[in-house]
Structures are given as structure tokens and as C-alpha cells.
Design a protein around this ligand. Structure first.
Ligand code: HEM
Length: 122
């Protein structure tokens, strides 16, 4: 059997660290005039809960994401690549302020990047 090593979830610092990263990312988003209009009617605590669950599962943590799939969640928003990149910047800003090492930042971004086609132009 191959030794697998700690999961990305574990390396990030588990659920408490992911809660902090998502919380601070959403604070950045709400303050980001490039994209905050999309979130004007959004229940932010609910979105935070869904994002934590999704990132926990994607990083091999002990969670099961039960929210909408990415196409459903963003249908009708007609998001652009620039909107996607702005959100990624807000996530990077949060990871920097939470002292997430660059190698781990890039591992998480590499998991999220392939979702772009499901999120933009929907
Ligand atoms: C990889 C990138 C993204 C991921 C992983 C992601 C993930 C999610 C998730 C998990 C939800 C909640 C779905 C549910 O409630 O069941 C959601 C909702 C939402 N997303 Fe994204 N998202 C991404 C990109 C974006 C971008 C770029 C924008 C806009 C700039 C955006 C705007 C929204 C909004 C406004 C909602 C909430 C809709 C509502 O009020 O119910 N998302 N997203």
C-alpha cells in the first residue's frame, strides 16, 4: 500500500482553519466593489457553511457537500472570467492573511480552477 501522507485538509489546519479562510474570503468579497453586487441578496452565513463543506470535501476532509452543483449554483448570473479571477484574488488575500503557505494555496487553487467552466457564462 502506498503511503499517502496528510491530506490537504489536514495540512491546511482542518475545519477551524477552513472556517477562517472562508470567513475572511467572504469578508473580502463583500468589500470588493468589482463583484459584491452579485452577493447583494445572498445569505452569507449559509454560503459560508456551504463553502466550508465543499472545500472540506475537496481537500479530502471528513465532509460531504450537499449544496447545489456549480452549474446550478451560478445559473443566470452570467459571471465573467474577470469575476472568477476577482473571487480568486479575494481567496488569496484571505489565505495570505491566515498565513497559509504558498504551496498549500496553490494546491487549493488547482482544485478550484477546473470549476471555472461550470461557474462562468451560466
Ligand atoms: C471556483 C469558484 C467558485 C466556487 C467553488 C463557488 C462555490 C459556491 C457554492 C458552494 C455556493 C453555494 C451553493 C448552494 O447554496 O447550494 C455558491 C453560491 C454562490 N456563488 Fe459561487 N463559487 C465560485 C465562484 C463564484 C464567483 C466567481 C461568483 C461571483 C463573482 C460567485 C457568486 C456566487 C453567489 C452570488 C452565490 C449565492 C447565490 C445565492 O444567493 O443563493 N461564485 N458558490
Amino acid at each position: 500500500e502506498m503511503a499517502s501522507g496528510p491530506t490537504l485538509y489536514e495540512q491546511l489546519g482542518g475545519k477551524p482553519a477552513i472556517v477562517m479562510i472562508v470567513h475572511d474570503m467572504l469578508a473580502n468579497v463583500v468589500a470588493d466593489n468589482r463583484i459584491n453586487h452579485y452577493f447583494a441578496k445572498t445569505n452569507i452565513p449559509h454560503l459560508q457553511m456551504e463553502l466550508v463543506s465543499q472545500i472540506c470535501e475537496l481537500t479530502d476532509g471528513p465532509c460531504k457537500y450537499t449544496g447545489l452543483n456549480m452549474q446550478q449554483a451560478h445559473r443566470g448570473m452570467n459571471l465573467k472570467t474577470a469575476d472568477f479571477n476577482a473571487l480568486v484574488e479575494d481567496l488569496q488575500k484571505s489565505m495570505n492573511s491566515n498565513n497559509v503557505p504558498l504551496g498549500l494555496q496553490n494546491q487549493l487553487l488547482n482544485i478550484l480552477a477546473p470549476m471555472e467552466p461550470d461557474v462562468v457564462h451560466k
